[in-house]
Design a protein around this ligand. Structure first.
Ligand code: ZN
Length: 296
């Protein structure tokens, strides 16, 4: 077994062998609402730094080219739930960092979070490689997102008070390098806030190799332990973890039950649809995600 890609120590262990044959070569796997849940290449864990990642040779540049062209029309169907989710993220963010200032949302998708932050008085910008999402933002939210691949995020030192990444960090082949950039771009005392999937959660442990968030799009997984290790190593002075809440429509929630049992999912979908509740938005506690606030 090779050395850990992140800490270079020879302490890698195979966590799960691949449960699909081919390495990704198709942009449809990179749509935000793509359904390749639980299908993945070989997954390894470093016993030293606790990083868990897909052990496939694919560059960030290659992955960015997929994100640039992927289209995701299904994304819009959850827009009401997303608006509530992002409003709640913003409220929590403002409690953690009351003085509003310059904010960058990395991997902002259609820019809804940026729109909400602008409306609340932040000087907000969004970075998004996907051309379809950037067009969507212009047309629907009247904002000009920065349309660049992540590896070309080159803001100078001390550019922002707050940088956010909602459900983004697990998409990078090298999240540590991306966080180093974030650290550099934050002013001293600034806040880096992100949400991510948790490979050491109870649900991930129960589901094992079939855990929904093991998928082509997700390249590296920050457990609490790995996040703490690297955030401190990079230089963040205070790291706070929180449980993760979001809003989902009952219709979407029912489709996600398919990860546990397709028959149960179908029955739930039919019942919810029969009752006319598919679009009803409900709060949802995700055991297998967490939020993290790291202060520079
Ligand atoms: Zn390591």
């Amino acid at each position: 077994m090779n050395s850990c890609r992140f800490c270079r120590r020879k302490s890698l262990k195979l966590l799960f062998p691949a449960n699909k044959e081919e390495i990704i070569s198709d942009p449809t796997a990179f749509a935000c609402t793509n359904c390749g849940f639980g299908s993945h290449g070989p997954i390894v864990r470093c016993q030293f730094c606790k990083m868990i990642y897909l052990d496939e040779k694919i560059s960030q540049r290659q992955i960015s080219t997929y994100y640039e062209v992927a289209k995701d029309p299904l994304y819009f169907s959850e827009q009401n739930a997303r608006r509530k989710t992002f409003s709640s993220y913003l409220k929590r963010l403002e409690r953690a960092f009351p003085e509003k200032g310059r904010l960058l949302d990395i991997g902002t998708n259609t820019g809804l979070f940026v729109r909400l932050a602008l409306d609340q008085g932040w000087q907000a910008k969004g970075l998004e490689p996907n051309r379809w999402a950037v067009e969507f933002a212009k047309k629907n939210y009247q904002i000009n997102l920065i349309n660049k691949p992540f590896e070309r995020n080159t803001f100078p030192k001390n550019s922002f008070e707050v940088i956010t990444m909602w459900d983004v960090i697990e998409h990078f082949t090298d999240p540590v390098a991306e966080i180093e950039k974030v650290y550099h771009q934050l002013k001293p005392g600034g806040l880096f806030a992100f949400s991510t999937v948790d490979p050491e959660s109870l649900l991930a442990k129960i589901m094992g190799t079939k855990w929904s968030w093991y998928m082509d799009m997700h390249r590296a997984f920050f457990s609490h332990r790995a996040a703490k290790h690297y955030l401190k190593k990079i230089g963040f002075t205070k790291v706070v973890f929180q449980s993760h809440w979001r809003f989902l429509s009952l219709g979407y929630l029912a489709t996600r039950l398919a990860a546990i049992n397709p028959l149960v999912a179908k029955a739930a979908q039919r019942t919810i649809s029969f009752l006319g509740l598919s679009k009803t938005v409900v709060p949802y506690y995700a055991n297998d995600l967490f939020d993290c606030y790291a202060y520079k």
